[in-house]
Design a protein around this ligand. Structure first.
Ligand code: BES
Ligand code: MN
Ligand code: MN
Length: 475
């Protein structure tokens, strides 16, 4: 009953592990789509069964209200061995996935997972929606748990765990805040949160992420005339809501690409020289990153005074995610539309607050209401940013586990993405999070042909196996 036994188990049973992951991926748990509610529940149950088979006590917790039920949260736990004195770990992951569309851009069915053979620099990989985000990454943890249980007979390998798997991460974790409040006693007994839902520094370069950005997501609609109009008869005489909307939105950024909403930067933590220096030392290849998405070096644009990586990891941004309005069918149609909408979101950093930013944005729009038009606003929620400790006993254990499992030191990085639970746990329970993720920049998360490489899966599963040993040594 040793780390070596569990590592050998992983190696010998890899085909089984991959098969199990493919079975899970075949359940189309598109959490945002009511047509997939049954599948989403099924994917949660699948994970619950897996944990139970590895000796965990498992519970499916309903969320939401009778009128508007949410997806269940899988809660599982194991007590740890009698002599375990290390930290109580809260493992969080999500079993919901993004919608597959645009479906026509997939080279294979998003919910018929396939194993693609190695080509060039890329080894074998699993292609399916959720392969990396987040089923493939949660599976590294699940199989590490299985490996320890099968080889030692102890659930969690003797470490004390609480596991919380959510089915609404991709739709903004709307029922999670309430759940965390209601379960504050239970969750508050854990010492640190562990999440595998982020990326590495690069191929073969494992990393620990110590911060994610927050998010505020809105939808705004500008209405002008109460009907669509002939643009020849009315154009130039009355407001065209699309023209007016884009004129207002253009004012969101100044010439330095700073966001112009008053108070937007209030509370934003300034980068320290030490952090800037450390990030420069990571050797992020900006030109290669741009090339990977079909861009030339001059395409590195963003807030003045900050580097490529600083703009992702340390600075807030505003983005128009979609503009809806007018005629978009084939051919020409001369029309002044009655209304126009936009989906506008903000990525936030500590210590900005999602609700405050949304309120400030709506007030900013009100002040710029085009003559003859009116606004309506919708708040699609968001999540808090989280910058976590870069030094703690469990974090050192995670770093050692990665080194032991991958033969490489973990880089300390941040990410521009958002994982709402981390900010929530920090604000409501004071819990720190360690993000130990194994994704790659080209995994196409949220896009067609999402993939997860077996090399990454292996590194992740092995790191979680090694983490058990390192946590026990902390005691
Ligand atoms: N796992 C991602 C976030 C992520 C990806 C973090 C890569 C770091 C590296 C997560 O599932 C996600 O997509 N989050 C959403 C949050 C939202 C729906 C509230 C996001 O970032 O847009
Ligand atoms: Mn995710
Ligand atoms: Mn995601």
């Amino acid at each position: 009953m040793s780390t070596q036994d569990a590592m050998s188990w992983l190696e010998k049973n890899e085909t089984g592990s991959i098969d199990r992951l493919m079975e899970w991926l075949a359940i189309p748990s598109v959490g945002t789509d009511p047509a997939h509610d049954g599948d989403t529940a099924k994917a949660g149950q699948w994970a619950a069964d897996h944990l139970q088979a590895s000796g965990f006590d498992v519970e499916m917790c309903e969320t939401g209200t009778a009128d508007s039920p949410g997806h269940p949260i899988v809660m599982a736990s194991c007590a740890g061995s009698d002599d375990y004195t290390g930290p109580h770990i809260l493992f969080y992951g999500h079993y919901d996935v993004q919608p597959a569309d645009p479906i026509e851009l997939w080279e294979s069915d998003p919910f018929v997972p396939i194993l693609k053979p190695a080509e060039g620099e890329i080894g074998e990989r699993i292609v399916a929606r959720g392969a990396c985000d987040d089923k493939g990454q949660v599976m590294m943890f699940l199989e590490a748990m299985r490996a320890w249980y099968e080889t030692s007979g102890a659930a969690g390998g003797g470490v004390k765990f609480t596991v919380m798997l959510e089915g609404e991460e991709e739709s903004g974790s709307v029922n999670l805040e309430r759940f965390v409040e209601d379960n504050a006693d239970r969750l508050g007994k854990t010492d640190v949160c562990l999440i595998s839902d982020t990326g590495m520094l690069g191929r073969g370069k494992p990393a620990i992420t110590y911060g994610v950005r927050g998010l505020a997501y809105t939808e705004i609609t500008l209405t002008g005339p109460d009907q669509d109009l002939h643009s020849g008869l009315w154009g130039g005489k009355v407001p065209n809501p699309i023209n007016e909307l884009v004129k207002v939105l253009e004012e969101l950024w100044d010439d330095d690409r700073c966001v112009t909403i008053p108070g937007f930067y209030d509370g934003v933590r300034e980068l320290t020289d030490g952090e800037r220096e450390a990030w420069r030392g990571l050797g992020v290849d900006e030109v290669a990153a741009l090339k990977g998405i079909g861009l030339r070096p001059e395409a590195s644009v963003g807030e003045k005074g900050f580097s490529f990586i600083e703009r992702e990891w340390a600075r807030p941004t505003a983005d128009i995610n979609g503009i809806i309005g007018g005629y978009t069918g084939p051919g020409a149609k001369t029309v002044i539309p009655s209304k126009a909408s936009a989906k506008v979101s903000f990525r936030l950093v500590d210590d900005q607050d999602s609700a405050t930013i949304t309120k400030a944005f709506f007030a900013w729009l009100e002040e710029r209401t085009p003559a003859g038009c009116s606004w309506s606003f919708e708040d699609h929620g968001g999540g808090a940013p989280a910058t976590c400790a870069t030094e703690s006993a469990p974090l050192r254990a995670a770093a050692k586990a990665i080194e032991q499992a991958c033969g490489q030191q973990a880089a300390m990085i941040k990410s521009g993405g958002s994982i709402p639970v981390a900010g929530l746990l920090k604000d409501s329970l004071g819990l720190e999070t360690i993000f130990m993720g194994f994704g790659l920049e080209d995994d196409r998360v949220h896009s067609p042909n999402e993939k997860f490489e077996l090399d990454c899966f292996r590194m992740g599963a092995r790191s979680h196996v090694a983490l058990i040993e390192q946590l026990k040594l902390l005691g």
